[in-house]
Write a protein that binds this ligand. Structure first.
Ligand code: TXA
Ligand code: MG
Length: 338
């Protein structure tokens, strides 16, 4: 006998079916979901998020069968990577099928596909029976949400039903991989760094004896949505890479931040409201997996602590592949790098 659907999942499904948006927990960050076949709802994602239409959305699926309905080419490498990393924090960018409207892919011939591991996300997608388009559930350019409370605080004035799925276990967004398969060879690029790193991908392909090539350079066209600034907390964050005292950080920030433009690529740059008096250090665990889990919640907490400025100190222990995804976020969240 089929298990009866949990009341919250049923409510979320009904809202999605009615063309409304749902805050969906995933293991990376919470998403703001709509059915891919209800375009008014998809459009609503961009409106509510204040997100420009050139930034494509990820399509979330609950099975490989369903993934095959949104792409025109499911090759051996895609299957190997799905076997190794799905459900989980890996998005594969593959050729778009006509079932995915161009509004979702920002007019690109490709579509980002991911099978989330969070049981509530899986249940919801299964219940709806149609893939869900979902970006991270934050206003454009701001810090991504890793708890249901974060999502609620972000969309206080919008009609968004948020599923309570606890704190996100990964904590930073999925790795986005552009994958092309030609003559039985996989050619891939990492468009966004995340928990799954390049060497994990290479190891999986090697083990399955899939010949591959890694391409470093990717054109802006293939990697839209990669603005200089993103994930910004409500007060300025400074990424400190050099040996500086707290006073030196304050002095440099006072000078440089006021000279910065107010807006860069549509994202508002955070500047101190008053003279900088209280500054707070963002501290993260030394283990990269734990640090990613803490990152966004700690950024939000520091921003709400009454401080004028947050700083994060880069240390030699951070110089390894597993920290790259975190530094990608910190670099974009920072108003200034010293
Ligand atoms: O972990 C995640 O990926 C979360 C959860 C909710 O699944 N989602 C997420 O979505 O981070 P979002 O919209 O915040 O970031 C999606 C990014 C886009 O900004 C873009 O850079 C890339 O994924 N992307 C999506 N589709 C693409 C495509 N067809 N080609 C290239 N990049 C794509
Ligand atoms: Mg996002």
């Amino acid at each position: 006998m089929k298990k009866p659907m949990n009341a919250e999942i049923l409510k979320a499904k009904e809202r999605l079916d009615a063309g409304k948006l749902v805050g969906m927990p995933t293991e990376t960050v919470y998403g703001l979901a709509a059915r891919i076949d209800l375009l008014k709802a998809v459009e609503q994602i961009f409106t509510v998020k204040e997100r420009p239409f050139f930034d494509p959305l990820i399509v979330h699926i609950s099975s490989v069968e369903q993934a095959k309905t949104v792409t025109t080419h499911w090759g051996k490498a895609a299957q190997v990577l799905a076997d190794n990393f799905w459900p989980g924090p890996l998005t594969m960018v593959l050729p778009r099928a006509a079932t995915v409207n161009e509004m979702i892919t920002s007019g690109l011939p490709t579509v980002g596909i991911r099978m989330p591991a969070h049981p509530m996300a899986q249940e919801l997608i299964k219940a709806v029976g149609v893939p869900l388009a979902a970006p991270s559930a934050n206003k454009f350019g701001r810090t991504s949400p890793t708890s249901a409370a974060h999502v609620r605080s972000e969309f206080i004035n919008d009609d968004v039903y948020v599923l309570e799925g606890g704190d996100c276990q990964i904590g930073i967004e999925s790795t986005v991989l552009l994958l092309k398969e030609e003559n039985n060879k996989a050619i891939f690029s990492v468009l966004r760094k995340g928990h799954v790193v390049r060497s994990d991908i290479e190891q999986a392909l090697k083990k399955a004896q899939v010949p591959f090539e890694y391409l470093e350079a990717v054109s802006k066209k293939e990697s839209p949505g990669h603005m200089k600034h993103h994930y910004m907390p409500a007060i300025p964050l400074i990424l400190v890479k050099s040996e500086l005292s707290v006073q030196e950080i304050i002095n440099a920030a006072e000078k440089a931040l006021n000279e910065m433009p107010d807006v860069v690529e549509d994202v508002k740059i955070q500047k101190p409201q008053n003279k900088i008096q209280k500054i707070v250090e963002l501290k993260l665990s030394s283990d990269a997996a734990l640090a990613s889990r803490e990152l966004y919640a700690s950024m939000r907490k520091s921003a709400e602590s009454g401080a004028d400025l947050i700083y994060f100190k880069m240390k030699p222990a951070h110089l390894n592949e597993h920290w790259e995804g975190i530094f990608d976020r910190l670099t974009k969240a920072a108003s200034l790098i010293l």
